[in-house]
Design a protein around this ligand. Structure first.
Ligand code: ADP
Length: 500
């Protein structure tokens, strides 16, 4: 069986991949398992060497990968070329610091029982990690999780979205092309293939919808394997009256419309303090009017906004906009599908409120619904009025105030006077709160250690024939031991001496 991959820009078939059956998934994972042991044994420097070579291959083949990625996603060239550099950054960061992150920990004895022991906490990888990814960033989202898992010593299988499997397959083919050990592979297929992967691997890292993430977490729970989930969002932007309105408007437009709004961290709704509302809206509208939408060519840089990834996504965006307008909202720019394929006009909506899907559900489209609020307190209350909690942005000239506001927002990340920058801050965790996820990626040491099981190794440095606690139990030794332990554990003299 095979899957036809279509260009969202014009519906043409741009490639065909195999729809891999569950038994093929099981076999592929079994093969990875065989190669994983020597990959783990090879040690970090050797693994990092392969990853650095792979980075070079990715950079050498960036144009080809971007072309394939563009054909299946409909992204403008500027956005199709953002993914490989991101992966290169992840490789550089973890190959530089990963060895330190994975070093054994040797804590000192905390009490008498371990005084003569050597204690080690050793980070050993989950043998096979499954990475299941969506269609919005096929290369970046596959590699950003695969890279730290590989460096941790795991073997990795990536299952890209059935809508965009071509660029991921091409990128992972590079691993074989450089002759690296067979510990990284790509399996193509849809939900059934993904489910079979959850049934076969030792850890699942998933990026995608909250609905599918929940199904994966259930399935992982049945097998008692851990999973990391990075799910949907409804990220708010708060614009306070002292904000630099030019920067805020620029950030709103790029943050909401980049990748046609199909980013889990897209600006999905905006709250503006009343005194600057009109001014801010005017600036946003002027900018959105100037956006160029269309089918970009490789090396084109002619368009700012491409198509939506598929028809189902286009239908959601249309429903959110139509329902809002029916309920009294106004589209100051855009508001309808554009041209052929799945293009949707960049859209600014005003007179919106929290009864509308465009303010409550994840739109994942090029829409900017903007609401006027009385003050920062109302903005915070509305920003938190959502089941999601991925990230948020606050604009104010008073950075300290912005950070205080950040601490009141229920979101895994807050960017003050910026959008998306936390995604590039690899030492910080990227975690969705509430319905936006479980666990975190990145976050310095956490980024690689999450793919490890921590093993405790305790070795006796002093080895008499037997320890005082061991058999046989005798009255004299038993009483002495009781007195001794009490003396050590108690924290006041009366109890240390066993007085009542
Ligand atoms: P979408 O945003 O298209 O709804 P999903 O969250 O459903 O995306 O899908 C993201 C990824 O999860 C895709 O690779 C898809 O094939 C995969 N997938 C879908 N259903 C399941 C499932 N039940 N188990 C595992 N993977 C799944």
């Amino acid at each position: 069986m095979s899957i036809e991959v279509r260009s969202p820009a014009d519906g043409s078939v741009v490639g065909v991949v195999t729809d891999q059956r569950p038994d093929e998934v099981t076999e592929a994972v079994a093969r990875l398992r065989e190669h994983q042991t020597s990959w783990e044994d090879a040690g970090f420097p050797e693994r990092a060497r392969w990853l650095r070579r792979y980075r070079d291959w990715l950079l050498d083949n960036e144009d080809d990968l971007a072309r394939i990625l563009q054909s299946e996603t409909g992204k403008p060239w500027a956005e199709a070329t953002m993914e490989v550099p991101y992966a290169a950054d992840v490789i550089n960061y973890y190959s530089k610091h990963g060895e330190r992150f994975l070093t054994d920990e040797t804590p000192r004895a905390h009490g008498p029982m371990t005084l003569t022991k050597r204690q080690r906490a050793v980070h050993r990888p989950y043998p096979v990690v499954g990475v299941i990814t969506p269609w919005n960033f096929p290369v970046a989202l596959s590699l950003m999780d695969a890279i730290p898992a590989l460096l941790a010593g795991a073997a990795v299988v990536v299952k890209p979205s059935e809508f965009t499997p071509l660029a991921t397959s091409a990128a992972l083919a590079g691993w074989a092309e450089i002759g690296a050990p067979q510990v990284l592979t790509c399996l193509t297929g849809a939900g059934e293939t993904g489910a079979a992967l959850v049934d076969a691997v030792d850890y699942v890292q998933f990026t995608g919808s909250t609905r599918t993430g929940t199904a994966i977490a259930r399935r992982a729970a049945d097998r008692l394997i851990p999973c990391g989930l990075e799910l949907g969002g409804k990220d708010p932007m708060l614009v306070l009256s002292d904000a630099d309105l030019d920067r805020a408007a620029n950030a709103a437009v790029w943050g909401g419309i980049c990748n046609s709004g199909q980013m889990c961290t897209s600006v999905e709704r905006i709250y503006v303090e009343a005194p600057v509302y009109e001014d801010f809206v005017n600036r946003v509208v002027t900018q959105v009017r100037e956006l160029r939408q269309g089918s970009d060519s490789p090396d084109g840089f002619r368009y700012d906004v491409g198509a939506l990834a598929n028809q189902a996504q286009a239908d959601i965006v249309r429903r959110h906009v139509d329902e809002a307008i029916e309920a009294g909202a106004k589209a100051l720019v855009g508001g309808k599908p554009a041209g052929t394929g799945t293009f949707f006009e960049p859209t600014v909506l005003v007179d919106v409120d929290h009864s509308m899907a465009c303010m409550r559900e994840e739109t994942f489209g090029p829409t900017l619904p903007i609401m006027k609020v009385a003050d920062a307190d109302e903005a915070v209350r509305l920003a938190n009025d959502t089941p999601y909690g991925l990230s948020a942005t606050v604009f104010t000239r008073d950075v300290e105030h912005g950070e205080r506001i950040a601490r009141r927002l229920e979101a895994g990340a807050v960017n003050v006077n910026d959008v998306f920058t936390n995604l590039f801050a690899l030492p910080l965790p990227m975690a969705g709160w509430k319905q936006s996820g479980m666990g975190a990626r990145n976050g310095g040491a956490h980024g690689v250690r999450k793919y490890c099981r921590t093993q405790a190794i305790v070795s006796s440095r002093v080895t008499p024939k037997a320890e005082p606690m061991w058999y046989p139990y005798r009255p004299l030794r038993g009483r002495l031991l009781r007195r001794l332990t009490r003396f050590v554990m108690a924290r006041d003299l009366r109890r240390r001496l066993g007085l009542r």
